[in-house]
Design a protein around this ligand. Structure first.
Ligand code: GLA
Length: 382
């Protein structure tokens, strides 16, 4: 049974009649532009055909009652008494309610059933998918206007201040503003977005190493602090304001580590802009080449790759039909993204799976992803 049918069916049996609304909120994969978002730079992600689903209806009063099919639990909270409980999926729903409340929105309660097929902790933004799904559910139940950019800011606030992860704006923004058939070039300073079509005849493969990040929180925050230090020492607001040439000329006063961190960011911004131009020109070879260069920069300068990620990138690059590959997301585990010829894609996945297993002894999950529209809600009619 499809996810939408499953949440619908469980809603009927648990809450006694049909749900009024069905929310779908996709995960995302980033083609290029890693760790550039909190440096006010450029990213080029796409929303994917894996998502979080919520079947729901508004309920009188101020309570939210939610059933998670994936965790096989039912939980509830009171919008007038929001407080942290043990970590888990409900904290993302609650954190979103908190951020909406902080922004002055008066929320209605709802009852709903959730499921999702965005792998958790794989770097495909299952948490932003759930936060934006929750925001869409609250907005629909409470009669609020839906502005995906404003909601993405609130979802980031939920993640930063309620969940306690210092992430940037990329994930909720692309989750809310994805475009079918396209990646989206996002300027993380102005939040201007420009759709970028996949080159004709290509497909995007997501290659999950089946390793999960560990200690990312601290490593992520450390990278962030190093970037901020570089910007401070270079006398700019953010590393967005530094070009590769000016870093070359003025980076002498930085420590070796901080200079390499800054070099990743400034070269990654340049690569991301060039990648968007390559997409506009339909140039798969150039786009793939930039993705592979990005991986080296993350491996050597930003140091967020792992042996499993490097092995997967090498297996992908060696397989026929591959234009380029890189680790994607925050790093330290999770997925590689590859640009491949559509016609060669099934053979590519077979070859990569075999090689990766042989090399690492691990069993990966490999799949093609199609770019999808962002978070949406459908009104259900009986
Ligand atoms: C995580 C964060 C994003 C971004 C990426 C790295 O996914 O949530 O904001 O910083 O890492 O590009």
């Amino acid at each position: 049974m499809e996810a939408a049918e499953r949440v619908d069916a469980v809603f009927r049996s648990r809450f006694g009649s049909a749900p009024a609304l069905l929310v779908r909120s996709p995960g995302r994969v980033n083609l290029i532009g890693e760790h550039t978002d909190y440096n006010e730079g450029f990213v080029l992600p796409m929303a994917i055909d894996r998502a979080v689903w919520i079947a729901l209806r508004a309920r009188p009063g101020r309570e939210v009652v939610a059933v998670s099919l994936d965790f096989a639990e039912e939980k509830a909270f009171d919008l007038d008494a929001l407080h942290h409980s043990e970590a888990g999926w409900l904290e993302y729903v609650k954190g979103t309610a908190w951020a909406l409340g902080q922004a002055g929105h008066r929320l209605a309660g709802w009852e709903g059933v959730l499921t999702g097929d965005v792998p958790i902790g794989a770097g495909l933004s299952s948490s932003a998918a759930l936060e934006m799904a929750s925001a869409r559910a609250f907005a629909a139940a409470s009669g609020l206007a839906w502005d995906p950019v404003a909601m993405a800011r609130l979802a980031r606030r939920a993640e930063n201040e309620w969940v306690g992860v210092g992430c940037g704006i990329m994930d909720p923004l692309i989750v809310g503003s994805g475009r079918e058939g396209h990646a989206v070039l996002i300027d993380c300073r102005s939040l201007e977005m420009r759709p970028a079509p996949l080159p004709p005849g290509t497909a995007v493969a997501v290659l999950d190493t089946s390793t999960r990040r560990e200690l990312t929180g601290s490593a992520y925050n450390e990278r962030r602090a190093q970037c901020e230090e570089a910007a401070r020492r270079l006398g700019v607001k953010a590393l967005r304001d530094v070009t590769p040439a000016s870093l070359e000329a003025r980076g002498g006063g930085l420590s070796d580590v901080v200079r390499r961190r800054a070099r990743h960011i400034v070269t990654e911004n340049a690569r991301t802009l060039e990648a968007a131009a390559a997409m506009a020109a339909g140039d798969a070879r150039r786009l793939g080449g930039l993705m592979s260069e990005s991986h080296l920069s993350m491996r050597d300068d930003f140091e967020i790759s792992t042996p499993a990620l490097d092995a997967m990138v090498e297996c992908a690059q060696a397989a026929s039909g591959c234009h380029g590959a890189r680790m994607t997301g925050g790093g330290f585990g999770g997925c590689v993204v590859a640009l491949v010829d559509e016609a060669a894609a099934p053979a590519f996945l077979d070859a990569v799976g075999g090689r990766y297993r042989e090399r690492t002894g691990l069993t990966p999950s490999l799949y093609l992803c199609r770019p999808q529209a962002g978070t949406s809600v459908a009104v259900r009619r009986e």
